[in-house]
Write a protein that binds this ligand. Structure first.
Ligand code: FES
Length: 173
């Protein structure tokens, strides 16, 4: 699914050649390089990314995961867990439903539909009371446990529509 140009740590890596042509990815590459692509620099790198992009969109998370050679699910988990990071304008809680191919064919679409109905919002939106943001991802790198949903930064496996609605019911006032 991704078309990002590199997975390499080598000096010849050209992570700046992001297909979007967005120069902010070059700045992000420099940040990762300064940190010597250390995996424990993840939070620092995400912080810089959010400064540059305003929030952490999916392409940015993929870029960072590849640069630091971390599983995308881990980067996603950290980005959704810490309140200082935002994947979009976010509520007090976040629920990210993976709608990548593996998750979709295993029922991710039904999970999303059930959550939208229960919360009265559409994907990408936050409830009016600011309690929950409902977000999507195309693949969080956890296809083996599809369908995957990230609740407040914790990846849940083989989530059914019923289980997802049950999981968030305490978030609704
Ligand atoms: S498609 Fe959902 S984790 Fe890969």
């Amino acid at each position: 699914m991704e078309t990002i140009a590199t997975t390499s740590k080598s000096k010849s890596a050209k992570t700046s050649d992001h297909p979007s042509g967005d120069k902010r990815f070059k700045a992000l590459e420099i940040t990762m390089k300064r940190a010597q692509f250390r995996q424990d620099a993840l939070i620092e790198v995400l912080h810089k990314a959010q400064e540059a992009f305003g929030y952490l969109e999916e392409d940015v998370l993929i870029y960072v995961a590849r640069g630091l050679k971390l599983p995308l699910s881990q980067v996603f988990g950290v980005a959704t867990f810490y309140h200082l990071f935002s994947l979009k304008p976010s509520g007090a809680h976040s629920c990210v439903v993976c709608l990548g191919t593996a998750c979709y064919v295993k029922g991710g679409g039904e999970v999303m539909a059930a959550l939208e109905k229960q919360m009265g919002i559409h994907q990408g939106e936050t409830t009016a009371d600011g309690q929950m943001s409902l977000l999507t991802a195309r693949c969080i790198g956890a296809c083996g446990i599809a369908p995957a949903v990230v609740f407040d930064g914790k990846v849940a496996s083989q989530v059914t529509a019923e289980a997802a609605c049950d999981r968030i019911k305490d978030w609704i006032k």
